[in-house]
Design a protein around this ligand. Structure first.
Ligand code: FES
Ligand code: FES
Length: 154
């Protein structure tokens, strides 16, 4: 069964008919073409699908699109403005926090939520905020350094 949902995705109001069981990740990637959100484990283990719902990090592979009715959803595509990378995107690029890049959208969205809450987080707070996001490439040190750099405005 389908229902009409009204939500705001990356600042744009939308109304879409979605199946009750449509996952948010499929809505974003397949229905509206926002493929920056990645599918990793598809089971709530890797964090690659992290997006923000009303400013809070959520796993899009475990969330229903219909549950986002009336909410604000933000994906990695929302961060760059007028062709300019956000501070976190720039920092991940400059500090080598991204290698293959598959985990990067989820990492950056989780870090974005953290920096909105705590503009100058401690190392422990960064590690805690990113503890649900797995990376097979970087060893995490460069990722932590990237978030630190974005927080300090380097
Ligand atoms: S794809 Fe959602 S947590 Fe891994
Ligand atoms: S950069 Fe490859 S999985 Fe993190």
């Amino acid at each position: 069964m389908k229902r009409l949902v009204s939500l705001v995705v990356n600042g744009r109001p939308r109304e879409d008919a979605v199946a009750d069981n449509l996952l948010l990740i499929d809505y974003l990637r397949e229905a509206i073409g926002l493929t920056g959100t990645k599918r990793g484990c598809d089971g709530g283990e890797c964090g690659a699908c992290t997006v923000l719902v009303d400013g809070q990090p959520r796993l899009a592979c475990l969330s229903l699109a219909a549950a986002c009715d009336g909410r604000k959803v933000e994906t990695i595509e929302s961060l760059a403005q007028d062709g300019r990378l956000s501070r976190l995107q720039r920092a991940f690029h400059e500090k080598l926090g991204t290698q293959c890049g598959y985990c990067t959208p989820g990492m950056i969205m989780a870090a974005e939520a953290l920096l909105r809450r705590h503009p100058r987080p401690s190392d422990a707070e960064i590690r805690e905020a990113l503890s649900g996001n797995l990376c097979r490439c970087t060893g995490y040190v460069k990722i932590i350094e990237s978030v630190q750099a974005a927080a300090s405005g380097e």
